[in-house]
Design a protein. Structure first.
Length: 150
């Protein structure tokens, strides 16, 4: 399994409903191409993990790099992994504002902040640490939602 992680600065205020519509469209495409992963949206940046066949992921990343919504794109990791991190998510999108205050504060403490925005990792090791933390929080969020809406 090929995994690519990048971060980028987004070009301005995020319209969350437009982003959700784009993610819904992406999920259909990703399911056909067997691409999975997650997208974190912060006040100023995107942080995304993509996983699938190397050729497919690299073609998608090339399109992302041409997308005017992304600037200052930084590749944090490209590697082969034994399994998928998010096998059931054709693209999970989450905003930092969706997470519990406790989790958000832990992220700020761990990674820092700049003018109120989370400072995203700049190394491969820290990127995978953040992925593992996000994975646990997203599963916990899903469980809380299931409990609230049985």
């Amino acid at each position: 399994m090929y995994t690519l992680i990048y971060k980028s600065t987004h070009s301005g205020d995020i319209d969350w409903s437009a982003l959700q519509a784009m993610l819904a469209k992406s999920r259909k495409h990703n399911q056909l191409k067997q691409i999975t992963g997650m997208l974190l949206v912060t006040k100023r940046e995107f942080f995304q993990l993509l996983e699938g066949e190397e050729e497919t992921i690299e073609a998608l990343y090339e399109r992302i790099q041409q997308d005017p919504r992304h600037t200052e794109i930084v590749t944090l990791s490209r590697q082969t992994t034994p399994t998928r991190f998010f096998p059931d998510w054709y693209m999970r999108g989450v905003g930092i504002f969706d997470m519990s205050p406790e989790f958000t504060q832990m992220l700020y403490k761990t990674y820092g902040q700049d003018h109120g925005a989370l400072t995203l990792p700049t190394t491969e090791e820290a990127s995978y640490q953040l992925i593992e933390q996000l994975k646990l929080e997203l599963f916990a969020m899903d469980e809380r939602q299931r409990q609230q809406n049985p």
